[in-house]
Design a protein. Sequence first.
Length: 354
Amino acid sequence: MTLAVPVPRPPTPASVSGRPQRPPRRPAAPVAVPELSVVIVNYRQWGDTAELVRQLTASACVRKGAAEVVVVDNHSPPHPLAARLRRRRGVSLRRWGRNRGFARAVNEGCRLSRGDWFLLLNPDMTVEEGFLDEVLALAGRLAAEEPRAGIVGFQLRNRDGSRQLSAGPFPTLLRTLAGLALPRYRRKYSRLAPPRRCRVPWVTGCCLLVRRDCLADLGGLDEDFFLYYEDVDLCRRARERGWTVWHEPALRVTHHRPLHTRAVPAHLRVVTRHALLTYAAKHWPGWQLRGLAGCVRAEACLRQAWAWWHGEAETAELFGDLRAIAADVAGRRTRKARRRLDRVVRRQEERLGA
């Protein structure tokens, strides 16, 4: 009689280790690399920045990982919204310990970004639903149809829905002085008649699409500019290196607080004058730079005397700084002028309690 002897099974992993084994892991899905990176520079506008980020992250392209949002904070006071921004999917936040200016902050945001295109947005913007998806689609078309398209600006609207100018000719001394006779919203800009995409000299940096290859070719925004005119300079340098600059009216955003609608306090006037002088030092003939510097010094003298007359010592000090900045730039001492401006900014932040 044959006995049925059970054949022992080979030990299972559980019997070897003494505890149940996890099933083998599946290969990780490839991480999507964004094609578009939105760069926002925040300075004391946490509410606006958080609202704009909320609008952007509602876009399908952000949810799918085809777009990302990078916020660079230029030394704003602490705020609970900063922590909330860090927790948002598709959003990263970089905070600096001092205000280094708009151009440097943009360059840092682009350095941290991964997209083939950068979309620069001011915090005080409202974008329509689907705007970011349309920008991404436009970038794809431009990559195929216009291989040298480096910079694109869009249609801007005021809060009441009226048209806001966003492109213009390159400034010269004559245009700058003649513009003083125009309303503030017209001084730098020109009206664009074509209802479709067209080439322009420059477009404003509050809403600006830039190809990564173009920005890399130019070495980023010029960090000699603290705030203002860095967009004009960027477009000019792009055109000089064979890139094209476009205005696309089919896509639009609302810009709530452009400079021309706001009062210009003394410290901000120093910043804007420094920016114009810096642009002139780079792109104008020497006689035009000296002429502009002379006009700025004369303006600073008059405003300083007016401030002293009214007992406004801090304002008078600021216009004394502006006189020195104008003299430095006229003498091609641009680094010294920038250090003076940085001191102006630091004093203003101390007064604000940064």
